[in-house]
Design a protein around this ligand. Structure first.
Ligand SMILES: [Zn+2]
Length: 265
């Protein structure tokens, strides 16, 4: 994909962050969407958490082939099926890669993204090959992740948590930063503005639920869908900030916002 850039950094032994920047033309305005994918090392090969936009996937595949020449991509775990996180699902399925998602994502993925949104937020439809449920375990080489289904941002949003090391891969459960990520933060807020209020309230409940699960832990490393990884002790207000933004969206809801009735990012 022309204009696509990606870098790879080791976050922890067996976990790498792909910082992916992909061009997005919205109403003729050239923008850049910046999203994190995470590469996880397992005994059978590589797993990816999210696969990025459809058009950027050949770039991601080439990056993985260069960085891990002897390891095959075996599975993708989708934190959710918005275009920037799961848009390349069909490419993965066609490559023979297992695509795992929570069942709540079935209808959005098989519809090629939300309906009533600009074409830029849609992608070729696909059906995930495997379904993950709350509490399922994902064994990695150095650790083991537990699935936490966190509905709200989408019906089947998913977080993955390693209780032993305190690593939380949370997709868009926590809203991303403003600096360097204005496009995706704006899209996340627009998503909340467009959603039925009950879905935004469910997102707030998911925040509370995950926050409760982390209570008592001194050092949680958050690996977000957008923005640099951070330790929760360095941003103790991260959950409260996301909740505030969602509550603001609930207050500001208007029926005449752009983008029809769908959700974007
Ligand atoms: Zn996102």
């Amino acid at each position: 994909m022309v204009g696509c850039r990606a870098s790879l950094d080791c976050v922890l032994p067996g976990i790498w962050r792909v910082d992916l920047r992909a061009p997005l033309a919205l109403f003729g305005v050239p923008l850049v969407v910046r999203v994190n994918l995470y590469v996880l090392e397992s005994a059978e090969g590589l797993y990816l958490v999210d696969c990025g936009p459809f058009a950027a996937f050949s770039h991601v595949r080439a990056l993985l082939a260069r960085a891990f020449p002897s390891r095959r991509l075996r599975r993708v775990y989708l934190t959710h099926s918005h275009f920037d996180h799961g848009g390349a699902g069909l490419r993965c399925v066609n490559d023979g890669v297992e695509v795992w998602a929570a069942s709540g994502e079935r209808s959005m993925a098989s519809a090629g993204g939300p309906t009533g949104v600009p074409q830029a937020f849609r992608y070729p439809p696909f059906v995930p090959t495997n379904w993950i449920v709350d509490g399922d375990r994902v064994p990695l080489r150095e650790s083991c992740l537990t699935a936490i289904v966190t509905p709200g941002h989408t019906p089947g949003s998913l977080a993955l948590y390693d209780e032993a090391s305190g690593v939380l891969l949370c997709g868009d459960l926590l809203l991303g930063p403003l600096r360097g990520y204005a496009v995706t933060l704006l899209l996340a807020v627009l998503t909340a503005l467009r959603q039925p209020g009950e879905e935004v309230r469910r997102h707030i409940e998911s925040l509370s639920c995950v926050r409760r699960q982390l209570e008592g832990r001194r050092n949680v490393l958050v690996l977000p869908g957008h923005g640099a990884p951070y330790h929760l002790k360095d941003r103790p207000g991260a959950f409260a900030r996301s909740e505030r933004l969602l509550r603001l969206a609930l207050m500001l809801k208007r029926p005449f916002l752009p983008f029809g009735s769908g959700r974007a990012c």
